[in-house]
Design a protein around this ligand. Structure first.
Ligand SMILES: *Cc1c(COP(=O)(O)O)cnc(C)c1O
Length: 371
């Protein structure tokens, strides 16, 4: 049985975690500091704030901007649900805009039509690690005086025009996530990057129960969360980050092998990578031709010991969104079309070429039986 995803944990991770356990400092110590400094440097930012999850990071930035009832945020319906949920959790309104069929990212040409006097920010998502049209989005945002929060939870290590996702040229703040299926993991964890000093300070305070700048323990200057990342998680993150380039190279090799095997398979489109993009591979998601029954393909693969996942089910059609907002199929046709045909195949850093071959052969058999 091949897993759908699997973290790549080495001896250094174990050594650093042991170091934390022996040190007695399990929270707010040197591993969190080191992890933050390393990601800030890597993404060209002045500040980084490690938090307990990617979702917590996104919510912290929206809270720091004081987003609330009456405010709107333009975002994509083709994403993991958290990128829209955080807007609702702040009491603001997600305004969905359909996606580009090639990269599955927010279509920059449709954004302007969605902007109203209530719009406060744009929240693009780097879907499956592929950078959104960040330059164009930034330009639309500046023209309308809007902030950009980049959901880079799937794109640590990706670059666009030579710049890393999360770079201050692209956004006011970005958030990375480290759940075990991401490029690198901390168990649970996330991290905010920004070069805006005031925003960084507010996020630090919000993460830490609204404590003031001096961190005095029983002095709370604003309404805050406990979204701190613990030292054990950060220790894993520091070790993972030391190997990030090797991890990305290994994932790229797995993806390249998949693409070699699948590019001539009728009915299947491998992921597209735009010119100017270096993709830090998060998942390997194929697009099936219309007319192929995805459920049957998935069932056949499952019968052959290959797990898959239909990434993503559109957010606006999730039961909660349907019942709260009355969304129906047809609202975002590109998102719904792509969402009905994509299938994530097993993909992880240490996936062996023979495992990729096995999945590719199994997929060919599955397509034959389902078309
Ligand atoms: C993983 C992910 C998140 C949230 O990360 P968690 O750490 O699981 O909270 C948010 N947005 C996207 C697009 C993600 O893939």
């Amino acid at each position: 049985m091949i897993p759908l995803a699997q973290p790549d944990i080495g001896e250094t991770e174990i050594q650093y975690v042991t170091d934390v356990l022996r040190s007695g400092t399990l929270s707010m110590g040197r591993y969190v500091d080191a992890f933050e400094a390393a990601v800030a440097r890597r993404t060209g930012n002045r500040f980084a704030i490690a938090v307990s999850s990617g979702t917590a990071g996104l919510q912290t930035v929206l809270a720091a901007w004081n987003l609330g009832p009456g405010d709107e945020v333009v975002t994509t319906p083709f994403s993991f649900v958290a990128s829209a949920n955080v807007i609702l959790l702040q009491g603001a309104q997600p305004v969905f805009v359909d996606i580009e069929p090639e990269t599955y990212n927010l279509d920059p040409d449709r954004i302007e039509a969605a902007i109203t006097p209530r719009t406060k920010a744009i929240l693009p998502v780097d879907v499956f690690g592929h950078p959104a049209a960040l330059e164009q989005i930034r330009e639309v945002a500046s023209r309308h005086g809007l902030r950009v929060l980049e959901d880079a939870c799937e794109s640590l290590g990706s670059t666009l025009g030579g710049r890393p996702t999360g770079h201050p040229a692209f956004c006011d703040a970005a958030v990375f996530a480290f759940y075990p299926n991401k490029q690198i993991t901390t168990g649970e964890g996330g991290l905010i990057v920004t070069s805006d000093e005031a925003l960084a300070e507010t996020c630090r305070s919000l993460r830490n129960q609204g404590r003031g700048r001096d961190g005095e323990w029983l002095h709370h200057v604003r309404l805050g969360f406990n979204f701190r990342m613990d030292e054990l998680s950060a220790a894993v993150g520091v070790a993972q980050l030391e190997r990030l380039d090797a991890i990305l190279a290994a994932r790229e090799a797995v993806a390249a092998h998949y693409t070699r095997r699948l590019q001539d398979l009728p009915g299947v489109r491998p992921p597209a990578v735009r010119p100017g993009v270096r993709l830090a591979w998060f998942v390997y998601v194929v697009l099936l031709d219309r007319g192929i029954d995805r459920d049957r393909v998935a069932k056949s693969l499952s019968d052959q010991g290959v797990p898959t996942r239909p990434y993503f089910a559109p957010i606006h059609l999730q039961p909660y969104y349907r019942s709260r907002f009355g969304w129906r199929p047809g609202a975002f046709p590109v998102t719904e079309d792509i969402g009905s045909r994509t299938l994530a195949l097993p993909f992880f850093t240490r996936m062996a070429p023979e495992q990729v071959d096995y999945v590719a052969d199994a997929l060919a058999r599955a397509i034959n039986s389902a078309s």
